[in-house]
Design a protein around this ligand. Structure first.
Ligand code: HEC
Length: 140
């Protein structure tokens, strides 16, 4: 038999589970980077990436586009940490391993912005622990 007290406890547990669930997997389309971070990422991109991937991430020669359907098909459904790690450990392709965690997060923010994901209020946090909890969903 339900008492008012047990209903209240059930509601609290359900609310806590919901909050924990959101912390475990946050979709990128909810807004996970800040506009200021995109500006930093765009500066890095212009200096270190544009000569190969194009000024607007459209792709040039053998360097693929970093926007659009083919690019998104490689990363959709994956944790954002996968994309950040790809950038940090393999790019720029002629100087891999030279970007830090913060620079990689800033670059990922500018890539998300170019792909139409919305900005939020806070920076995308650097590091795989935080980025592993964010999933690249389809852009809305
Ligand atoms: C010297 C040329 C060059 C530079 C500079 C360069 N890239 Fe690349 N990038 C490539 C090539 C070529 C590929 C495809 C081959 C491969 O997968 O390694 C690639 C692949 C990628 C991919 C995977 C694309 C996909 O479809 O999954 C990402 C992400 C990426 N680059 C990001 C960057 C970022 C960010 C920078 C700047 C920090 C950068 N690249 C600088 C040449 C370059």
């Amino acid at each position: 038999m339900f008492s008012v007290k047990s209903l209240a406890v059930t509601a609290c547990v359900a609310a806590a589970l919901t909050v924990a669930g959101m912390a475990l997997a946050q979709n990128v389309s909810t807004g996970v980077y800040s506009p200021a971070q995109v500006a930093r990422g765009a500066d890095l991109y212009a200096a270190q990436c544009a000569r190969c991937h194009g000024a607007s991430m459209e792709g040039l020669d053998v360097a693929p586009p970093l926007t659009g359907g083919t690019f998104l098909s490689h990363w959709t459904g994956q944790p954002l940490a996968a994309l950040a790690t790809r950038v940090r450990t393999t790019m720029p392709i002629d100087k891999p391993g030279t970007l830090g965690q913060a620079a990689s997060a800033d670059l990922v923010a500018s890539i998300l912005d170019a792909n139409g994901y919305p900005a939020g209020k806070a920076d995308l946090p650097p590091g795989n622990a935080a980025l592993g909890a964010m999933t690249l969903d389809a852009p809305k």
